[in-house]
Design a protein around this ligand. Structure first.
Ligand code: SF4
Length: 470
């Protein structure tokens, strides 16, 4: 009797739940290992996939809020034995440190100890003869092709899915030293080299000899805080490829201020072909002195480079802690003010706890303004909010004479019934949700009204001050 061919299913649960635009690197490496060993595999992209033909199904989940796919929920007890689950989405919100450490250690080592994978040889060198060596494993860069083709057939632009197609992806280093309580790396104490660049650098070319994946993106947790020998050599290797690259998780700007090599970092980075904006993080307001010192160094060497800072917020918000809520919003705007002074842009990163705050929608509105550079660079938060009101009015057929008006003028109109008056069609304007959220927030903190209005009117063109770094 002919032996049945083994088929392995790979599941990016975040993708199936519409929660990500990032390819899952572990799954790509797993696919690479299966491909090296001639084992049939498939990225499952249907919620109702028939799982009967699969011997094993590896499910990866990055976000804790991601729902498991329908075929998983419906599986019979015997089918459930096929599943192998892993990823930060299965433990990132564990609060007990001991349990968290155990779960993370188990998760980080489970694929390398997987009994099925360990039956097959490792083709990527190093000490390991059998099973997958995750650091050395070359990703299989075609894993998402069917998914992307399907999206294009549905009418989406292929460009929207460039992260799945145009990049070599990997970690040059792993680990961190900062112990941020909200981060999956909170228990890490050091940064070690992980993959060599050539272990994940793709060289596939089209019929004209052009690289299919001309860019590189890196998932390193805190590259600049690694030992100087490590970041210096690896950065030089990146420069030597001649390919544009990007550290997706951001670089630690504080290192420019803290390290005796801060100027060297800024100078080396100024010589790179960086892809898109440089991304740093300004997660804590208390880091302001370090961030400002670092910005002076950074802007001296990189006066014209687009520079973006992740702005973490929303952590540990609760419905009843009014002061904590105010402080969080206040700190967002103080950080934005510093960034605007140095001509940099912000990018709001919300912890999922923001949902628990008294007015969660204020975070959404601030993110919509801040994270879209066309708005952030041209308008204050107030102007953006009122522009939304205008869009709504125009869409509803109202005549608009002043698309953006100062808050005081809006207030006068508001109090004199402008938004309640019928127009010639007998229709009444209403206050759009963004504006209502803005007003609710002002109302909730009326004792801080002047301070809030000042913050909500911060504008890049007014605040940018080149004298700070020239
Ligand atoms: S610096 Fe970044 S990677 Fe390091 S612990 Fe903090 S958030 Fe995590």
């Amino acid at each position: 009797m002919a032996k049945r061919k083994i088929k392995i299913g790979l599941v990016d649960a975040d993708l199936l739940c519409n929660g990500t635009r990032h390819p899952n690197l572990v799954l790509m490496k797993l696919a690479g290992f299966l491909n090296d060993n001639g084992i049939d595999f498939k990225l499952i992209i249907d919620q109702d996939e028939d799982i009967a033909p699969y011997k094993l199904i590896y499910i990866s989940r990055v976000f804790t809020f991601t729902q498991m796919p329908a075929f998983y929920e419906k599986a019979t007890p015997s089918e459930q034995r096929k599943f192998r689950k892993g990823g930060t989405g299965f433990y990132a919100n564990e609060l007990n440190v001991k349990i968290y450490r155990q779960k993370r250690d188990d998760d980080m080592s489970q694929l390398e100890n997987d009994p099925f994978l360990c039956k097959y040889p490792n083709h990527r060198g190093g000490l390991r003869t059998n099973g997958i060596d995750l650091a050395r494993q070359m990703p299989y860069y075609h894993l998402y092709d069917e998914f992307v083709d399907r999206k294009v057939a549905e009418g989406f632009k292929r460009e929207k899915y460039k992260d799945y197609q145009q990049y070599s992806i990997g970690f040059l280093t792993r680990g961190c030293i900062r112990h941020c309580p909200f981060c999956i790396n909170k228990l890490e104490d050091r940064i070690l080299p992980y993959s060599n660049l050539d272990w994940f650098l793709d060289d596939e070319r089209d019929e004209h000899g052009h690289l299919l994946r001309p860019y590189i993106y890196l998932w390193d947790d805190n590259f600049l805080a690694a030992d100087p020998q490590i970041w210096r050599n690896k950065l030089q290797q990146l420069i030597d490829t001649g390919r544009p690259f990007q550290f997706r998780q951001g670089l630690d700007e504080r290192m420019l201020a803290e390290s005796p090599h801060g100027e060297e970092m800024a100078e080396m980075l100024s010589r790179t072909k960086y892809h898109g904006d440089f991304i740093f993080a300004f997660d804590n307001w208390k880091d302001r002195p370090k961030i400002e010192k670092a910005l002076k160094i950074w802007k001296h060497y990189n006066p014209k480079k687009g520079t973006k800072f992740y702005l973490f917020c929303g952590f540990k918000q609760t419905a009843d802690n009014r002061e904590k809520f105010y402080r969080d919003i206040w700190e967002i705007f103080q950080r934005i003010r510093v960034l605007m002074q140095y001509g940099c842009v912000g990018y709001i990163m919300r912890h999922e706890d923001y949902h628990n705050s008294p007015i969660p929608n204020i975070y959404i509105q601030i993110a919509r303004w801040c994270n879209q550079q066309a708005f952030y660079k041209k308008m204050s938060f107030w102007e953006y909010t009122y522009r939304n009101q205008t869009f709504w009015e125009q869409g509803a057929g109202f005549e608009v004479t002043r698309p953006i008006k100062p808050y005081e003028e809006f207030l006068r109109d508001y109090e004199t019934g402008y938004y309640e008056r019928e127009d010639s069609r007998g229709k009444v304007r209403k206050i759009s949700r963004p504006l209502q959220t803005f007003l609710d927030f002002l109302d909730m903190f009326s004792e801080h009204k002047n301070e809030l209005l000042e913050m909500f009117n911060y504008k890049l063109s007014n605040l940018k001050d080149p004298k700070l770094w020239e």
